[in-house]
Design a binder for this molecule. Sequence first.
Ligand SMILES: Cc1cc2nc3c(=O)[nH]c(=O)nc-3n(C[C@H](O)[C@H](O)[C@H](O)COP(=O)(O)OP(=O)(O)OC[C@H]3O[C@@H](n4cnc5c(N)ncnc54)[C@H](O)[C@@H]3O)c2cc1C
Length: 615
Amino acid sequence: MRKTLQFFLFDWLRAETLSARPRFADHTRETFESVLDTCERIASEKFAPFNRRVDVDEPRMVDGSVVLPECAYETARAYVESGMLAAAQDYDLGGMQLPATVELAGNAFFSKAGIGLGGGTLLTVGNANLLMTHGTQMQREVFARNEFAGRWFGTMCLSEPQAGSSLSDILTRALPDGRDFESEPLGPRYRLYGNKMWITNGDHEITENIVHLVLAKIQEPDGRLPAGARGVSLFIVPKKLVNTEGELTGERNDVALAGLNHKLGYRGFPNTLLNFGEGKYLVGGSAGAIGYLVGKPGHGLQCMFHMMNEARINVGAGAVAIGMAGFEASLEYARNRSQGRKPGPAGKDPAAPPVRIIEHADVRRMLLAQKAYAEGGLALVLYCAKLVDDKATSDPEEAREAAALLEILTPIAKSWPSEWCLEANSLAIQVHGGYGYTRDYPVEQLWRDNRLNMIHEGTHGIQALDLLGRKVRMDGGAALVVLAGRIAGTVDRASSVPQFATRARELADAMSAVRNAVDEAWKAADPELALANATPFMQAFGHTVIAWLWLDAGLAAHAAMESDGSSIGKDHLSGKLHCVNYFFDYELPKTSGWLRPVATRSAACFAMQDESFTP
Ligand SMILES: Cc1cc2nc3c(=O)[nH]c(=O)nc-3n(C[C@H](O)[C@H](O)[C@H](O)COP(=O)(O)OP(=O)(O)OC[C@H]3O[C@@H](n4cnc5c(N)ncnc54)[C@H](O)[C@@H]3O)c2cc1C
C-alpha cells in the first residue's frame, strides 16, 4: 500500500505542491513521507499483532462497565502518542497543520492493520472538529482541546432504537436546567432524557472522560416535542462533569450504560445502548443528564452534518483499507499456494509439477478486481481529502469548486468503497478457497469488519436517495456540471494519448449516460418513482467516477513511465495501467445495466407491493 499511496499522493495528486499554501508552508514532501513512515511503523508494530485478539475477545459488560482486552488500551495510547489525533490542527492546538490529504493517507495504515483498534480515534477527531466549527470559544477550549490531546475521547449520539435513518423522529428530549441556564459558561445548560442506540465507544475506561455529542429535541412549553428535522438540537453531554478549566468536578453525569451490542465485526470498539437522564447518577440530587447546547436551538442536524460528512469520507477510507488488507493477504496466498496445471495446446501434463494459483488467469482476475476496487477507492478518498484541503486553503474560485465537488462526491466516497471493497474481501476469501472460509486465515474477519460500512453513517439506500434526490439536482445541477467539467478535462487529455483514446470515448459516453439518466428519472416529476431506482443510479454514478479517477491516474502513471521520473518503479506503474484496462473492460460496462431502469423509470420494484411478496 505504501507505494500506491506514494504514487497517488505525489505522482498523481502532486500533494507536495500544497506546501505552496501558507497553512502548509512548513511542510515538504519529506515531512509528508515521514508522517507516512511513522504511521506505517506504529500500525505494523502496535496494531497488526492485535487485530485478531480484539475480534475473539470482544467487549464485555461487567458490573455496569465495559471491559476490553489490554491491547485495546495499548493501541489507543499508541495512536495518541503518534500525534495523529491533532495532526491537521493549528500549531497552537498542538497540531502540525498537516493537510487532510496526508492525514487520511497516514490513517489508512492504522485502519488496514486493525480497523477495530485504536479506541475509535477518528470519531474523537470528528467530534472535536465539529466543536471547532460550531462550538463557542469555551467549548473549544474545554472539550475540543482535551479531545485533540487524547485526554478525553468523543462519540456521536444520533441513533435511537426507533430512529436510525430518520433522525427527525428522535425522542430524546431536552429541558432548560434552571433559570440562569443562558449564562452557564460551558453553554446554555439543559437536562436530557432519552435512549441512544448503537453508540460506538459510548462507554469505556480508555480515557478519563467521554464527550458525547447528542441530538435531542427541546421540549415545547406544552410538553410536546417539535416535529421534523428543524426541531433537532445538538448538545455536549460529558460522561463526567467538568469545570471551565477542563478539570473533572468529581460528579458523574446522568449517562448510564444500558447494554452492549454484539457485532459481526469491528469488535475492538464497544457498541453501546446509553440511557440519558434515567436517574442512575443523580446530578445535584435530580435525574437528567446535563447537556450544553452547541450552536442554535433547532440547528442540531446542520451542525451534525459537519461531523457526518467528514465521517462519511472516513468510512470510505476505512472500507478501502480493509479491502487493501484482503488484497494483500490473498496476493501473498496466491503466490504461495500450488494447485493444478495450466491448460496447454496439447492439454494438461499430469506429470508436470502443480503451478502456483496466481498463474491461473481466473485467480489473477480476482486479484486484479480487488486491486482495482481497493486502489480505485483509495484514489477516490484521497481525491476527496484533497478537495477538503482545497476548500479550506485554496483561492476562492477553486474553494467554491471544491465545495461543490465535495457535495456530490461525499455520498460516493462513503458508498462506493463500502460496496466494492466488501466485494473485494469476498474475492479475497474466494482466492483462499476453503481456507478462506476458516478462522485460521485473516480474510473472513476482514469481510465481517467491512460489512458494517454499507450500514452506518447513512445506509447505502440513504446515500443513494441523497445523491439522486438532492445532490445531482441542487442549484440547478451545478455540482454535476462542475464534476462533468473535470471529467471532460481528463477525457481531453486522454484523447491525445493513443493508448487511452478509446478509454476517453468510453468515459465520455458513460458520463453522458449518467446525465441523461438524471433527466429521464425526473421527467415524470414523480419523486417516489424516480427514487425507487436511486441505488442502481448510485452504483452507475460511482463506477463512472472511479473510471474517471483510474483514467486520470493512468495518465499520471503513463507520464511517469515515459519520463522514468518516478521513484516507485515500472512494474508498479504498469500495475496501475492494468487496473485502468480492467476497470474499463470489466466494470464500466456494468453502468449501462444499472442506468437502464433509472432512465426508463422502471416500476419493477416500485410496483411490487407488500402482499405480493408472500412466499
Ligand atoms: C456497528 C454500528 C456502529 C454504529 N455507530 C453509531 C454511532 O456511533 N452513533 C450513532 O448515532 N449511530 C451509530 N450507528 C447507527 C447507524 O448509523 C444506523 O444503524 C443506521 O443509520 C441505520 O439505522 P437503523 O439501523 O435504524 O436502520 P433503519 O433506518 O431502520 O433502516 C433499515 C433499512 O431500511 C432502509 N430505509 C430506511 N429508511 C428508508 C427510506 N426513507 N427510504 C429507503 N430506504 C430506507 C435502510 O436503507 C435500511 O436498509 C451504528 C450502527 C452500527 C451497526
